[in-house]
Design a protein around this ligand. Sequence first.
Ligand code: ADP
Length: 437
Amino acid sequence: MWTVLRRQIFYATLVALLGGLIGWPFNASGWGMGLALALWLVRQLYHLAMLRAWVDNPKRVELPETSGVWGEVYERLLDLQRRNRKRKKRLADLLSQFQASAEALPYGAVVLEERGEIVWYNTAARALLGLRGQADLGQRLPNLLRHPAFTDYFARGDFKDEVEIPSPVNTEATLALQMVLYGDNQRLLLVRDVSELRRLERIRRDFVANASHELRTPLTVLRGYLEMMQPEARSGKPLAEWRVPLNEMHAQATRMEALIKALLKLARLEADASQSRQDILDVPALLERILSEIRVLSRGKHRFVVQIESGLFLFGHEVEAESIFTNLMTNAVQYTPGGGTITIQWRWNGEGACFSVNDTGIGIAPENIPRLTERFYRVDEGRSSASGGTGLGLSIVKHALERFEGRLEIHSRPDEGSRFICHFPPHRVQRQEPVAA
Ligand code: ADP
């Protein structure tokens, strides 16, 4: 800054001296100096005015070409302007590239403000959600998508999972929505059409349910005949030599029936995904009833330790709760050699209700644990078949627990035993205070 000032003072002095020199032959050096300085000042004011006009409207006003300090100022300003334009263009290119790639996404994408106001969306989102061009920009998305599942999802603020809702444009279609948080409380909503996926799942489920249903009748007939033939074979009549094959056929037919029953149960659990059954279940009474059946199954070979908290009830469907408890307790009996201990607990743990089955049985290797709830997954095919297992028990437990919004936890060590814990969320539990005597 000081160099510029020094230069300006130098120029002003030079101009004044020149004016004085020109006026000197006419004996008017003072006038000459004053006039020259006044002209110099007019030039400065002119450039100042030009600069002001340019700053106000850089597109219309062109900066004059000149030398000296003003020339340098203009050149720097124009250079700055050029660089700004380049940066702006680069940003605009980047933005249009981003928009083009977001447009090319097979998913709908909606950029939202913290409260859900729509900032931007791509063409897929417009088609999937039925948004209307510019008119919906700035609108709150929860006001446009009024399905309770989405309203709940948005209000809860927990966006780990997707939420599925019927499409607002086509009632036949199903949309999966997933919110992603980024930046300074910005939100990106990704929308997928999962109708085809759900349709295929429904076809598979219906096929399994129908096939199982169709197989049940012929199998009952077969088993009926086998049961009629067994006593004849035992009594030494012409069927005597068929005694062993008949027994084996009967055992296999019974096993197939169990399989079909389990498949039908699974299909029913999957088909009705709603979790709205709100009957109150007297779990302690239900557990006592199942326990008496399990003791029969154990045939006195196991020691049972039972800790059941009275007055601890569940909201839900009895058949589903029964499936959970029965399958876990049956497994404990089947996979615990005689002399082992089976501990059954039903209690409130401060965060919800918890049903657990502990056994001192054969246990499960760690690598098998994550796959246990898969359909037909058996750790040891031979052992499971020998126990009459279908490989569907834990799969049923998992699905039935989902209907209670619950979660299954499994701990096990080979040759030491297993612990299966079912966690039920507090809003599915009712606790009754013990009545004072
Ligand atoms: P299955 O009808 O074969 O018992 P499940 O789905 O109930 O089918 O169980 C899957 C597999 O998990 C079983 O084949 C068995 O190997 C293992 N398993 C389940 N419960 C236990 C347990 N309490 N102890 C040891 N292994 C178990």
